[in-house]
Design a protein. Sequence first.
Length: 320
Amino acid sequence: MPVPGQFFARASSRHRVACKALYRAILQSSSKIPLPNDVSQHSSINPLTHLIRKRFRQNAFVDSPHMIRNALQSGYLSEHVLRLAADGVSTAIEQIHRLVHSHQADVESSRRACSQPELKPRLRPRVWPYSSASKLVEKRPLPLSCILSGQRHVPSLVMTSAGIPFLRFKRPQSPYLSRVIRDKVVQKQKKIDLRSQLEITDFIAKSENDWEDTVLQQIERNVEGGIQRGGSKEWWWEGWGNGIGIDKGWDSSITEAQKEIDAAIRTERASAKAYSEKMTKIYLEEKRLWQEEKEVKSAKRSANLKLRVKYDAKSSTARN
């Protein structure tokens, strides 16, 4: 901060107006100067304009009168040289080109000195399924003797946004469970996407049926002998009509595929519902066993407390 009575350049409106006028004059002259081919093709940004803006930003908060005086002298000298170069003076243009090449060389050397190593993608360990692993719904709930911690924890019954139920026994979530959920979500989304694609294809097939009906009506109406004697050969040779268009329709195979996809989706939903019912039974059974084990532990604790109180009473009576 300046001492009392010291001139503070940034607080002077005359100083700010003069600096802005110099800045605009320099920028206006710099845009008229032709740059070397190698520099102009290197980037879409004018390096001379970028250098001018950078220097003004660096000196925007300078408070030293000596530094301000030197910066203004350099600015007015630069404006004079740039104006001469803009007017076509060869010596001024060569001087500007040397400055631009020098600046580009400094930028390239700084970039090479500060080069960062390439970022390698983080490899996550692949979780492969165990072929001999037993299903959770088949082995739960476990007896208390098989629980390593000796204390039962009631799992949480969770439903994902994709409608896939699962039991969460602990956090962090097992990577094997995450893999199973992710695979199920991907398979379900594939069925939904295929169903949407079949709807679009079905519309195209029905349009093809309408087109064939229109063509048949035109042949029957305008060709002598109708379809049977007038235009049937040309119709069959082109692969239209009786092969698919009349007997089944172009949308017949698409309809069958839609039925198969719908059946697969219904089967998947029924399986998810049955699986969630099994998990609900496991959750209720785990909660019941946890409550029973809690009551047993509480009864043992009460019995031990009574024995301790009785023992303390006998000990105090014997001392008296």
